[in-house]
Write a protein that binds this ligand. Structure first.
Ligand code: FAD
Length: 479
């Protein structure tokens, strides 16, 4: 039997469910990755770190497959047509891939399945991205969980080593179809993309994932204490690897699970908790694909968000990190310069956009989708709707983050702010959170000129807060 392994967001040979089954059921296995024009052509920025991350990870994957005697077809085309065309050309009986739960991906897979079916070729999809998927974890009444804590408790009750057993795909590579000559590899430039600063920020591919993971395992026990402070190396920085599957969820979750079982590590349990949040949002988007564009709680779509030129100006200031709120500005500049934003800051900036500027969460969601290296529709949508209070298990609408106290609490010494807003570096640890509250003398001594070297606050937080409570009145009656 001849098969075709279609790599998507699982760019690794180790512990890969579809690859394992593909190798098991094929005497000759071909492999492919499609640089999908449908996705790439819609990207507004041609210097896109994600495309470069994928490209680099594919280069490593190709090398690994070649070292085992196989190769990777790299196709720059529309996946819906390219996969059936390649499958026919290679005369395969079956195509293997790992499941994707995003609405557009599910639609693409349905189309591919139909086209393949017309040629008598099967499409086999496997669970690989998540610990539990779809309807594997339901309420006692058989419903979908929409509150995290009971979902997590049900997951933990069900979870054992069996669910985390790796698929030894990397030990079966002998069935790869042989390619005496290397298959072509389109360059980034050939696809209309440019190099970015990605490689100075992180290491892509399976080797990058392993190095990042090893580094984190040395710090995992302290995760719970350190995870909320953006200036501290407390989190794993693995999200981009989880996104593109250069690290397997089973590898990640089992390390945390075993550490908790063996040593009762609270840090490991805290981290496992975050991986379960990831699963939680996948199952939400699977069951509620409408939430990708609409409020999860429909009454929240009645909110009148700010619009028009003034709102657009405010939005621009937020995007660029020029709001006059140092913690928000530092966070947005981190995102723009690196493609990463710390989780605490994602909560702060999302809350600021929706509840201080009164701007529709969908604007912020789109901006994050364009700029985050780890952009994932389910987690991003979940995070934004959480901040806007319209999502499942979201912040109550009347809980409005105070950007100044968030800053004092989580960046007390202003280290993070100083890194991304160097123009404020000379303000002391108290002043740096709110330069507009400094006296003219204090500002002068620190070389800060409000409105010139650093913007004045675009809104007054207490007033914005009152306006938001009024704006959310429409849902109050129904909440
Ligand atoms: P760690 O703290 O080390 O967590 C480990 C892993 O758990 C992460 O890599 C990620 O895969 C998962 N995870 C952690 N927190 C969450 C969460 N709240 N929801 C879902 N998964 C989580 N995460 C994304 O992966 N992609 C996104 O597009 C995304 N957008 C977000 C938007 C907003 C407004 C908010 C509030 C959160 C968003 N998150 C998103 C969740 C979270 O901020 C990132 O996963 C985390 O900051 C990544 O850093 P890390 O890998 O060091 O995380």
């Amino acid at each position: 039997k001849t098969g075709l392994m279609w790599f998507r967001r699982d760019l690794r040979t180790q512990d890969n469910a579809a690859l394992f089954y593909a190798l098991k059921h094929s005497e000759q296995l071909h492999c492919v990755f499609v640089f999908d024009k449908t996705i790439l052509d819609a990207l507004p920025n041609k210097a896109d770190r994600r495309v470069e991350f994928i490209w680099e990870s594919c280069a490593e994957l190709k090398q690994t497959l070649q070292a085992a005697g196989g190769d990777l077809h790299l196709v720059h085309d529309n996946a819906e047509q390219a996969i059936p065309a390649l499958a026919r050309q290679l005369k395969v009986q079956a195509v293997f891939a790992n499941k994707d739960y995003e609405p557009a991906a599910k639609q693409r897979d349905d189309t591919v399945r139909t086209t393949l079916g017309e040629a008598g070729i099967e499409l086999h999809l496997f669970k690989d991205q998540t610990i539990f998927e779809e309807s594997e974890v339901l309420t006692q009444a058989g419903g979908v969980f929409s509150v995290f804590t009971p979902y997590k408790n049900a997951c933990l009750k069900k979870l054992d080593r069996f669910h985390l057993t790796p698929y030894p795909s990397e030990h079966r590579l002998a069935s790869l179809a042989k390619h005496p000559e290397s298959l072509p590899f389109p360059g980034l430039e050939d696809m209309g993309f440019e190099r970015t600063n990605l490689l100075s920020l992180l290491k892509p591919g399976m080797s990058g994932a392993q190095a990042t993971f090893d580094d984190f395992l040395g710090r995992i026990d302290k995760y719970k204490e350190k995870r909320d402070f953006p200036a501290v190396r407390g989190v794993s920085y693995l999200s981009v690897h989880m996104r593109f599957g250069t690290l397997s969820i089973r590898t990640a979750a089992s390390a945390a699970y075993d550490r908790y079982q063996a040593h009762g590590s609270e840090g490991a349990m805290g981290w496992l908790n975050e991986l379960i949040w990831r699963d939680f949002y996948f199952q939400i988007i699977h069951h509620r694909p409408d939430a990708a564009t609409q409020a999860f709680k429909p009454e929240y779509d009645q909110i009148q968000w700010e619009s028009g030129p003034q709102a657009e100006k405010m939005f621009q200031a937020w995007c660029e990190g020029n709001t006059g709120f140092p913690i928000v500005d530092a966070a947005m500049r981190q995102l723009n310069q690196t493609g990463f934003q710390h989780n605490r800051l994602r909560m702060v900036t999302a809350s600021f956009l929706t509840k201080d500027l009164g701007i529709d969460w969908r604007w912020g969601e789109r901006y994050f989708a364009e700029h985050l290296n780890d952009f994932d529709l389910s987690a991003n949508n979940g995070g934004w709707q959480w901040a806007a209070s319209s999502g499942c298990d979201a912040q109550p609408y009347f809980r409005i983050f105070n950007p100044y106290s968030q800053s004092e609490k989580f960046d007390g010494e202003g280290k993070f702010i100083r890194k991304y807003c160097p123009e404020l570096a000379k303000l002391n640890n108290k002043q740096i959170h709110n330069p507009a509250a400094c006296t003219p003398m204090e500002l002068q001594m620190a070389g800060v000129e409000l409105g010139k070297t650093y913007p004045r606050p675009v809104v007054e937080h207490d007033e914005a807060r009152k306006k938001t409570l009024l704006r959310y009145e429409v849902v109050k009656k129904k909440a």
